[in-house]
Design a protein around this ligand. Structure first.
Ligand code: SF4
Length: 324
């Protein structure tokens, strides 16, 4: 069952250099209780998508088309007051850098109790117990002591756990996790991903996991959407896409992953860079970097076509006759 649907979303930013097209018509759905990975390089539109869902875009951004449907309600049509009720309560966000997302002036306990107070009517004692339970749920040691510490007294991994506790305080249905492990070392990264999986299992929370790392997607997600230059180039079930990636960009991202035993050898890279959002792109946005580019690729944007029922991709190569 779909809990969140993004339909033909377009987002632009006005800048002194002209309009920047950050999202150029994307569609995907998040199923209830699933973890969906939104993947791509920096500048592909992942975080803008997350912030569009939360309606937390910068002042110079404009959603110029499409719908964001949460449980049959188009979030883009809600009043600010109604959206305020959804944000945090029903859809929460975990930000990339917990050190800046947490308020340095208040203890972790005060920050969690503030959220709880805004969403329920328990007395102070009840709030404190519930805040400590949340800290325990996210694996922070000695919750009673954790209640009284300030963010700067925590390690990066502990700050991210506290941030997750904060996002859980209102018992949301959906969590948008924007690169939640980028600032962490690999051991702590694995622990935080374990925690997200546990929360998904135990609380049936749906998670939109924004990441540039397909390795994280393979370990954590059921579904994946690959974005390139503000467009969806491939999407579907994780097993289907990892078993048989179809789009040259997805294949390039997978080839760029470090492999066991590759220590000391050069990592593969995708030559070139993501096109500027200032460009209007007539054909396939990946054409300047693609080893398989054909004339039609530069003229006309390829539509998403079915590889199978669990997998679609936007590339003219699928239409070419296959070698026997
Ligand atoms: Fe490459 Fe053409 Fe496919 Fe784009 S449509 S990824 S340029 S082959």
């Amino acid at each position: 069952m779909t809990i969140l649907a993004i339909e033909n979303l377009h987002v632009e930013f006005s800048t002194p250099f002209g309009a920047v097209y950050a999202i150029r018509g994307i569609d995907f759905t998040l199923a209830k209780g699933d973890i969906l990975g939104l993947v791509g390089e920096t500048g592909c539109g992942k975080s803008v998508t997350g912030r569009s869902i939360m309606r937390l875009l910068d002042d110079n951004a404009r959603i110029t088309g499409g719908r964001i449907v949460f449980e049959d309600v188009d979030l883009l049509r809600l009043t600010d007051a109604d959206m305020h009720d959804i944000r945090g309560n029903r859809i929460a966000m975990i930000f990339q850098d917990p050190a800046t997302a947490l308020n340095p002036l208040f203890t972790i306990g005060e920050q969690i109790m503030d959220v709880l107070r805004a969403h329920q009517s328990n007395g102070h004692g009840g709030l404190k117990v519930r805040a400590m339970r949340l800290l325990a749920d996210v694996g922070l040691p000695d919750p009673a002591q954790m209640m009284n510490v300030y963010p700067h007294q925590l390690s990066g991994g502990q700050q991210q756990r506290a941030m997750i506790a904060l996002s859980l305080a209102a018992d949301p249905d959906v969590i948008i996790a924007d690169e939640p492990t980028t600032a962490l070392d690999v051991t702590i990264q694995a622990q935080i991903l374990d925690l997200l999986r546990k929360l998904q299992r135990e609380r049936a929370i749906s998670v939109l996991l924004i990441t540039h790392d397909l390795g994280i997607v393979a370990e954590t997600c059921q579904q994946v959407v690959v974005l390139y230059a503000g467009r969806v180039v491939e999407k579907g079930a994780v097993e289907a896409i990892f078993a048989s990636p179809q789009h040259p960009y997805t294949r390039g991202l997978l080839a760029a992953l470090p492999r066991p035993g590759s220590r000391g050898s050069d990592l593969q890279v995708i030559a070139g860079t993501v096109p500027s959002g200032l460009e209007r792109i007539a054909g396939c946005a990946f054409a300047p970097r693609c080893d398989y580019v054909m004339d039609i690729c530069r003229r006309q944007q390829p539509a998403l076509s079915f590889i199978n029922s669990a997998h679609v991709s936007a590339c003219y190569l699928h239409e070419m006759p296959k070698d026997d």
